[in-house]
Design a protein. Structure first.
Length: 176
């Protein structure tokens, strides 16, 4: 079987989780604070971070339940070189969410959090990067025209991804 087109993998990820690509360009995005739903402005930096975050899920294989979001947050936090909880290329809201979810994982799923921390910096993953710096729409579209394997290679992730635990979905995801 040939390489999996990244755009197709991204769209499958979005559909499985009840998300839509149109949400990237919406003026407001859905969020929650301690499980209380709210809307936040979808600033250009937030849009960039959201698109990158979704591709990080595709590349790593981490789920979208709380533990999966903690794992992806640990990956993003460690890979981005965050200092004092601020992620380069991200707005304050995204930085706060990533930092708080990483801390959640450390407290409530310490084994999985440690595995994510190690996977983000293992010898196979010498590349210390995320996609948070991809702000240009043309660069993002060109990336989507590649495949999952190319994305993983760009991020220094093994061909099979790095998720080791179950890849569960968030509670509002459609049931299959």
């Amino acid at each position: 079987m040939g390489p999996s087109p990244l755009r197709t993998a991204r769209d499958r990820y979005l559909a499985e989780n009840g998300f839509r690509v149109e949400e990237y360009d919406a003026p407001w995005t859905d969020a929650s604070f301690f499980f209380i739903p709210l809307k936040i402005p979808n600033t250009p930096r937030h849009r960039t971070a959201l698109r990158a975050h979704d591709l990080h899920h595709v590349a790593t294989g981490y789920g979208t339940d709380l533990v999966g979001e903690a794992e992806i947050s640990i990956f993003e936090w460690r890979r981005s070189g965050a200092r004092l909880g601020v992620l380069p290329g991200c707005d304050a809201y995204v930085s706060a969410i990533v930092t708080s979810l990483a801390l959640f994982g450390a407290v409530f799923a310490p084994r999985r959090a440690l595995a994510a921390w190690r996977a983000a910096a293992s010898p196979e993953n010498q590349t210390k990067t995320t996609l948070f710096h991809v702000h240009d729409d043309d660069e993002y579209e060109a990336l989507l025209d590649t495949d999952v394997e190319t994305l993983r290679e760009r991020l220094g992730i093994p061909r099979s991804g790095i998720a080791v635990g179950p890849q569960k979905r968030h509670p509002r995801a459609p049931r299959s």
